[in-house]
Design a protein around this ligand. Structure first.
Ligand code: COA
Length: 150
């Protein structure tokens, strides 16, 4: 049974290895993730996936990275990590303010990354914009997606 918890410094080597195995993912220095909302998903006794997000405004967050190790894909781990993130109120007390106050989660995804676009769409994200030539190596457009919640 997968377990999701906050990421720790001891997870960074496994997180860096997962990131290195996934060319579609954003590639950051894994140590930088510790300053953000950094969550890992453990399966079969190891880090199998991770998610990183940051708050950009009281009611707005941005997904910085979401990667599942190739051998753990199509088991629902990305969906589980996103569900946990979306379930957490953007600010303390916001749950009580629902439904009058809404929070948004934004992300960018490579236009060709159909697996990720399917995942986000299946969870209720909407495609709201396209940024031409957003990515390099290889150059590609980004689809901006947005999720609205209470
Ligand atoms: C995209 C990614 C995070 C999905 O992780 P995952 O754990 O395999 O996804 P899940 O098992 O939770 O799948 C949830 C849904 O996403 C969609 N999906 C996931 N992988 C897919 C694929 N290869 N092809 C088509 N749809 C896919 C499906 O709708 C799936 O639901 P289903 O299994 O009931 O059909 C994973 O493939 C990955 O790490 N890719 C490389 C990094 C990346 O692209 N990150 C996103 C950057 S924006």
């Amino acid at each position: 049974m997968p377990v999701i918890r906050a990421g720790h410094p001891r997870d960074l080597a496994e997180v860096a290895a997962i990131q290195a195995s996934s060319p579609e993912a954003a590639h950051w220095d894994a140590a930088d993730y510790l300053q953000y909302d950094f969550r890992v998903c453990l399966d079969q006794g190891r880090v199998a996936a991770f998610l990183v997000a940051r708050r950009v405004a009281p009611d707005e967050s941005e997904l910085l990275n979401l990667v599942v190790a190739p051998e753990f894909r199509r088991k629902g781990l990305a969906r589980a990590l996103l569900q946990e993130l979306l379930a957490a109120p953007a600010t303390p007390g916001q749950a009580e303010a629902c439904p009058t106050r809404r929070s948004s989660l934004y992300l960018e995804v490579r236009e060709s990354n159909q697996a990720a676009r399917n995942l986000y769409k299946s969870m209720g994200f909407q495609e709201v914009n396209i940024r031409q030539e957003y990515y390099q190596a290889p150059p590609e457009a980004a689809i901006v997606m947005k999720f609205h919640s209470c």
